[in-house]
Design a protein around this ligand. Structure first.
Ligand code: F6P
Length: 201
């Protein structure tokens, strides 16, 4: 068995304020996480010479990977966060105030009546779009024989996790993928096993 380690980037101020999208740098807590992550990866993959680190092209994932040494790093556009189109850079509050109709879909985690999976941000993407663009990443992940650390974003990791954990499509936009937590997926002959490591709050 070889592990796939999934993690979101370290925290950015936008996460604290509920502002979506953007391309911000890490907050103080995010800076701490990147060190803890490097430490964890260094120990966990000590004898795994062929392992690699995959990030998106957004600086919060590249910065999170920066202290990890000794493994090749690959940037994938397909690992970039869901494109929120005209809502990029807005807070959930601003969307609620200015675009109440849209908000019903964007933040339906309470009611779940609206179709968050198929909802496409104006000039942006839907979760289904994200799932589709992840296909080449999944094919490459399946092909790898060595461990891979994937440092990406909430919506993208929901989709990747659902693929490996065999979760139904409808659930994807609601799966919990907290910050500062590593989800380790073990692909073995007997199936898939999962462990979570919460490195900090
Ligand atoms: O808030 C962080 C973030 O990565 C946003 O950039 C993105 O729009 C959002 O999470 C995705 O989660 P949700 O679909 O639940 O808003």
């Amino acid at each position: 068995p070889r592990p796939i380690l999934l993690t979101r980037h370290g925290e950015i101020q936008d996460n604290v304020r509920g502002r979506i999208g953007g391309d911000a740098a890490l907050s103080e807590a995010g800076e701490l996480y990147k060190k803890k992550l490097a430490n964890f990866v260094g120990k966990r993959l000590k004898s795994e010479r062929a392992a690699s680190i995959w990030t998106s092209t957004l600086q919060r994932t590249i910065l999170t990977a920066s202290p990890i040494v000794g493994f090749p790093k690959i940037q994938w556009r397909a690992l970039d966060e869901i494109n929120a189109g005209v809502c990029d850079g807005m807070t959930y509050e601003e969307i609620k105030k200015n675009m109440p109709e849209e908000y019903e879909y964007v933040a339906d985690s309470r009611s779940r009546k609206k179709d968050k999976l198929r909802y496409r941000y104006p000039r942006g993407e839907s979760y289904l779009d994200v799932i589709q663009r992840l296909e080449p990443v999944i094919i490459e992940l399946e092909r790898q024989r060595a461990p891979v650390v994937v440092i990406s974003h909430q919506a993208v990791l929901r989709a990747l996790y659902a693929y490996f954990a065999d979760r139904p499509l409808q659930e994807i936009p609601h799966i919990e993928v907290p910050l500062h937590t590593i989800i380790e997926i073990q692909m073995g002959v007997t199936g898939v096993q999962e462990k979570r490591y919460k490195l900090m709050d």
